[in-house]
Design a protein around this ligand. Structure first.
Ligand code: ADP
Ligand code: MG
Length: 362
């Protein structure tokens, strides 16, 4: 979609972000609204070409963080750096960035074409060049027959595409997105996720995307930060956040988790349990079988007896609740396991690798 002049990365050439210099940095940033500290002493660094998602529940400070990075809000304490330089004195409209707001924020009285042209006009670009750029981006994202319409005459998905095109039209170094897909239905959302991901891969624009959708974060990003009450709780690759969440909150926020605080049976672990933590195991790490089927690999696996409370189909999975000791464990099984479904009341055996047990801070 971008019409950036430098040659895009060649196919199969991943932008190596691991060693790239930081493009955006927040250093000990605090932002208060009256008595509410929306962002508290937050530090983060986004490398050039990286795709970072900011994840967290509603009210955790995600939008405020993005608005601070974008220069629409000023920190009470701390600093924002772009390419190593403080941008405290640079207004948002003079920064080399494109933004998609949660509400899309298209100008309601301007046509699609005029909406796209506006940022170029603000930069003093000549009319002929503006027309050329808008034509090119319209070709990529939109059928030309929509260009004369007003935003109110577009569907949510169409408005979203215009907002994304507008954010990219001036070839920014940085793309900032605030829940850009939250208003779209599932199919369209997945399609747009693919589009955003391929744009990022093609041009390596440093991207920060706010979302409250865990799946979206896990799909899109090189790295995610999880926020709660204005602070970063954990920052890591999606795989590590899911597989090794540091706290109970992160474990529960990124998918389902069996927290085994006081489960009524002894949890056998490989690692030593650190103080202030509880054991946790993901539902898909637990195998379910008929009671008495005997544990394979007993020296590596823990096996417990339980009773099925209920089962729901969440195609292509079966999701069981199984009472074990004094707790209820959630178990996920792929329907292709070849097993018949267990029914409520049936006695079952659950087993899992001891090495799949994690510890999360309470
Ligand atoms: P999120 O995007 O994660 O939902 P926000 O950054 O919008 O969270 O908000 C974080 C906190 O700051 C919330 O408690 C919210 O009510 C408060 N807040 C955000 N913007 C303002 C504002 N302009 N005035 C007063 N309070 C605000
Ligand atoms: Mg928000």
């Amino acid at each position: 979609m971008s019409i950036r002049s430098p040659i895009p990365l060649a196919e199969n050439e991943e932008l190596e972000t691991g060693s790239a210099p930081p493009q955006i940095e927040a250093c000990n940033v605090t932002k208060k609204y009256g008595q509410v500290a929306a962002v508290r002493d937050l530090s983060l660094s986004v490398r050039r070409g990286e795709f970072l998602t900011i994840l967290g529940p509603s009210g955790s400070g995600k939008t405020t963080t993005l608005m601070l990075l974008a220069g629409f809000e000023t920190p009470d304490h701390g600093d924002i750096l772009i390419a190593g330089k403080s941008v405290a004195a640079v207004s948002s409209c003079h920064r080399d960035q494109g933004i998609v707001f949660q509400s899309y924020a298209l100008f309601p009285h301007l046509t699609v074409r005029r909406n796209l042209e506006f940022p170029l006009e603000m930069r003093g670009m000549k009319a002929a060049e503006r027309t050329k750029r808008v034509d090119r981006i319209l070709e990529r994202v939109h059928p030309h027959d929509l260009e004369a319409r007003l935003p109110s005459q577009l569907s949510g998905g169409q408005q979203q595409r215009v907002a994304l095109a507008r954010a990219l039209i001036a070839d920014p170094q940085i793309l900032l997105l605030d829940e850009p897909l939250s208003a779209l239905d599932r199919n369209l959302r997945e399609q747009m996720q693919g589009e955003i991901k391929s744009l990022h891969k093609e041009f390596g624009i440093t991207t920060v995307c706010v979302t409250h959708d865990q799946e979206e974060a896990l799909t899109l990003s090189d790295r995610s930060i999880v926020m709660l009450e204005g602070r970063i709780v954990q920052a890591d690759t999606p795989e590590i956040l899911y597989d090794r969440p540091s706290t109970r909150f992160v474990a529960n926020f990124l998918g389902e988790a069996n927290i085994l605080g006081n489960p009524g049976f002894e949890v056998e672990c490989v690692e030593q349990q650190p103080p202030g933590t509880v054991p946790m195991i993901r539902p898909e790490r637990i195998c379910i079988s008929a009671a008495g089927s005997g544990a394979a690999d007993a020296h590596r696996r823990q096996s417990v007896r339980g009773t099925v409370i209920n089962m729901i189909y969440a195609v292509p999975l079966r999701k069981y609740q199984v009472s074990v000791g004094s707790s209820v464990l959630v178990v996920r099984e792929h329907v292709s396991s070849g097993q018949l479904a267990f029914r409520p009341g049936e006695a079952v055996q659950l087993d899992w690798l001891r090495s799949d047990v994690r510890f999360v801070a309470t």
